[in-house]
Design a protein. Structure first.
Length: 611
């Protein structure tokens, strides 16, 4: 097997030029790479040609691409997907899947061909959606949330269905004994990989971090070996290696690698796959396209599959979307937006062609379907969103972050947590197990760990929180945690406890961060920690008469003596009180005060009369 370097160079050059040209017009690079393979390869000009060596590189590129897709999909995001996104994904996958399968069978195609075409018709391209939604400035809409969740779930459905079909093929048909054996091996594969992903990987990640093995090259090699291992396990189970790489990517997340390293390695995998090896696959996939689908009986099959794939996606989405109460017009727009296929469809089709499960004509139909539907999505989605906007039905949403991470589970941290937990999720993180136990006895979620480690902050809910309060006894630790919360986790509201007005001046880093002083300014932390632990205070709700800031309101409160404003109550919601709090008329501030002793006259000795 000899690799022609000139042919490889020309394939890479064609992929690079065509991919960048497609992106300049707002389309994913895979579209340009496919077209380059069709135009420059055997179907048209014949300037490029495939080879066994290119096929090996292309297969490796697909493996890395599925690893990257898995690393981009957060299983927690799937678990938190909205009801609307789930229904849209089910309707948008099942309906075109069934219709496409029946269509292929109607035209005399095999059962395997029908199943592969059905999967391709049900797939939704995630990369296409994210780029288009950003260009149309729709990322803050309910429509965007539904489309992104729907694409994630739809691609997951597709890979599960793909695994099931490969199991049927491995069994040699609908033989119950054979299917039972393949199913058992598949279940064992998922059980082993899930156990490794949830139990083993986080422990390995912590050990590597503790040993200082956090280099990019070391970990990049490690995750490649894990992906290859999972791919091999998938093949042993009668599945395909791409499923193993995808599963590996799902588990190689920030709780294993650390958020910064995970993002860095995700970019590295993306560069190695989408930037080098995967384009080889998509260009060479274009080599196998046949234009015979546009003549004779194949043209009828092509038109029928295109029709049921596009119309089935829209109709299925609308029908399943109606119970959400979001309106049928939004359902139509979601269906139009989910009609773009993409890389996963081409990968599935390529495997089907390689295994001899679909003909070259069916493969060509799927490639042209991917090109046509991907190219049409921007126009259809813009039309749909303009339709909703003109009718006043384009719903904007706010960020999905909610909750507060409290670093430091001392008496003050536990008190703050108890008050906030009445209206929002609260997580406490402390390195002292006794304090964590006391927090859990108060009914709070507490984790024992080092807040300076990304994995621990991530496990404590930092990725989902909209605020973080650092109130440890060490100002340097508070400053480092604040920086990590902003730079690594993107938490929008960060507060630190300060024991003196000069503390923030000493730490120049805090002056350049979006950090506010907890409790409205500097406080004698140790003194209040002792008072709260002993319960030596009185609690009151101080009303806010007019709009003001937290710092100004605290100065007003201190006119009546030492106090500690803890939280702002706004209706039924409780928020951390800090110097930058924007207080409104009608708010109230839960405040702790020191009980003043009753005034006692100082002792004065009696005056003796002069003789």
């Amino acid at each position: 097997m000899e690799l022609s370097l000139l042919n490889l160079l020309l394939v890479l050059l064609a992929a690079w030029l065509a991919g960048n040209l497609a992106e300049r017009f707002g389309y994913p690079s895979v579209l340009g790479e496919l077209l380059a393979g069709i135009l420059l390869g055997p179907p048209v000009l014949g300037l490029l040609h495939g080879s066994e060596a290119l096929g090996v590189l292309a297969e490796l590129g697909v493996l890395l691409m599925m690893l990257y897709i898995g690393m981009e999909i957060d299983p927690r995001g799937l678990a938190k997907a909205s009801w609307a996104g789930l229904l849209a994904a089910i309707g948008g996958f099942v309906t075109p899947f069934v219709l496409a399968y029946l269509t292929v069978r109607w035209f005399g195609g095999s059962q395997a061909s029908g199943l592969f075409v059905g999967i391709a018709a049900g797939i939704t391209s995630l990369a296409t959606k994210s780029r288009i939604l950003s260009d149309l400035q729709l990322l803050d809409t309910r429509l965007a949330n539904v489309l992104m969740a729907g694409a994630l779930i739809s691609d997951t459905f597709a890979l599960i269905a793909f695994a099931a079909i490969m199991g049927v093929v491995e069994a040699g048909g609908l033989d119950l004994a054979g299917i039972g054996l393949v199913t058992l091996k598949a279940v064992l594969f998922f059980a082993v990989t899930a156990a490794a992903g949830y139990l083993l990987f986080p422990r390995i990640g912590r050990r590597l971090t503790a040993a200082g093995l956090t280099g990019r090259t070391f970990n990049f090699t490690l995750i490649l070996m894990i992906a290859v291992l999972f791919g091999h396990l998938a093949e042993l189970a009668g599945l395909h290696s791409i499923l193993g790489a995808f599963i590996a990517g799902l588990f190689l997340r920030d709780n294993v690698l650390g958020r910064t390293l995970a993002e860095d390695l995700t970019r590295a995998v993306r560069e190695a796959s989408l930037g080098l090896l995967a384009p080889i696959f998509f260009v060479t996939a274009g080599f196998a396209v046949s234009f015979r689908v546009f003549v004779g009986a194949d043209l009828g099959l092509f038109v029928a599959i295109m029709a049921v794939a596009v119309v089935g996606k829209v109709i299925g989405t609308v029908l399943f979307y109606l119970p959400t109460g979001c309106g049928w017009r939004e359902g139509v727009t979601v269906g139009l937006g989910m009609n773009g296929r993409g890389a996963v469809e081409i990968i599935v089709a390529g495997i089907g062609l390689e295994r001899g499960l679909i003909s070259q004509e069916i493969f060509s139909i799927l490639v042209f379907m991917a090109i046509a539907t991907t190219a049409s999505v921007p126009f259809f989605l813009k039309w749909g969103t303009d339709w909703l906007r003109n009718r006043g039905e384009l719903v904007r949403t706010h960020g999905e972050r909610r909750g507060t991470v409290i670093v430091g589970a001392g008496a003050m941290g536990r008190l703050l947590g108890r008050l906030l937990s009445t209206s929002r999720p609260v997580w406490l993180l402390d390195s002292n197990s006794d304090r964590c136990t006391l927090a859990e006895q108060d009914g709070l979620h507490a984790r024992c760990g080092n807040a300076l480690q990304e994995q621990e902050l991530s496990a404590a809910g930092a990725a989902d929180a909209d605020s973080l309060a650092a109130l440890t006894t060490n100002p340097a630790v508070n400053a480092l945690v604040a920086r990590m919360a902003i730079d690594v986790f993107g938490i929008p509201e960060v507060y630190v406890v300060q024991t003196s007005p000069e503390e923030s001046e000493r730490d120049g880093a805090l002056r350049h961060l979006r950090v506010s002083s907890l409790f409205g300014g500097s406080v004698p932390r140790d003194e209040w920690e002792h008072r709260v632990a002993l319960g030596a205070f009185t609690e009151s709700a101080e009303p806010v008469a007019q709009e003001t800031t937290g710092e100004a309101f605290r100065r007003k409160l201190e006119a009546d003596g030492p106090c500690l404003p803890v939280v702002v109550r706004r209706g039924e919601e409780f928020l951390p009180f800090h110097a930058g709090s924007k207080l409104r008329s009608g708010d109230s501030v839960v405040t702790l005060r020191v009980e003043r002793p009753s005034p006692v006259r100082p002792f004065q000795p009696a005056m003796r009369e002069k003789p």
